[in-house]
Design a protein around this ligand. Sequence first.
Ligand SMILES: Cc1ncc(COP(=O)(O)O)c(C=O)c1O
Length: 387
Amino acid sequence: MNRSSNNIISEIYNRITKVSGNPPTHLHEPKLDKIDKKYLNNCIDSGFISSNGKFIDLFEKKISSYTNSKYSIATVNGTSALHIALRTLNVEKDDEVLLPSFNFIAAANAILYCNAIPHFIDIDEKNLFVDEIKLEKYLSKICKVKKNKTYNKYTNRIIKAAIPMYTFGHAGNVPKVIKVLKKFKIKIIEDAAEALGTFYKKKHAGTFGDVGIISLNGNKIISTGGGGIILTNKKKIADKAKHISKTSKLKKKWKFEFDELGYNYRMPNINAALGCAQLKKLRYILKKKRKIFKEYKDLFKDLPNVKILSENKFSKSNYWLQTLILENFTKKFKENLLDYSNKKKVFLRPAWCLLHEVKYLKKYPKMNLSNSTKMFNKVISLPSSQY
Ligand SMILES: Cc1ncc(COP(=O)(O)O)c(C=O)c1O
């Protein structure tokens, strides 16, 4: 590293710590207070800490009301919600499922749990959501639609579904992506794991397609410890999601009967109790997130070639994880900044890794992923807890 890049790295580091305070600083920590304790104590006192109890239904109702989704089904985590969502759309062996390569690993794993085939698509560099223009061109080239089913001309497999993802809570051109997928008769699961509190023109993330999911892991905008939500407006999907996430057990007086392969994925009552408490604070947290974004944005406005990712024109981001974009720097520079900060216990992170480069995912189909590669070298996630 030369002297001037060393200086820029320490300058970036110093500006980050002006927002995040003294190290050690993790990327995103949960914040719990007396409201959470009150709800948890209430749940413990009730004796119902597991699969039964009043908080599960209550939490689902509150989520439905906030997101304006007709149905909400709570699960043990976001990954299980993705798995269930795929099952509700009948994704099965050898079906192809589209997903961004610029992504967390969960969606790819959930596709493989169904013995289906992940097929990687590219993102828009402006918002890290699916690039609708590239997608339409690509699908026009590879798809043939026969009897309401879409086939990949090159592999002869059905392209059953797609999982667009709201990166770090940001939306892209959601209606256009949905329109393209519908044109090709591809079912839609929105991975809004990071996007509780994100809206596109007043419509909540995860409510545009057939199914959406949210994660409530400890690092998310609110948390139930571990948790996930399935959102849908379709009764048939909601019924199936609830049924198979509760082991597919039929309602009988005392007999054990199961009608299809099911999963023990239902969110426990104690996690839902925490969820009810956390939801009370969501509006306040969203305001705080916006404030953190503005602080970072102001601090970096005069540093050339360094910027903070902003929401796009029609969307309201939850600003879950603040994102630094390094323009015109080398990959080595980004790695040196990560090394420098991590050594000082400010735990900056890259945007995961590109999924098409993961050892067990390399063999699967993909489109040209130039934007994903470019953005992977530019993006760094910043400490974004409520300070
Ligand atoms: C984009 C994305 N999808 C899915 C998941 C999976 O959620 P969970 O960790 O709750 O299983 C996560 C996060 O953790 C995520 O960031």
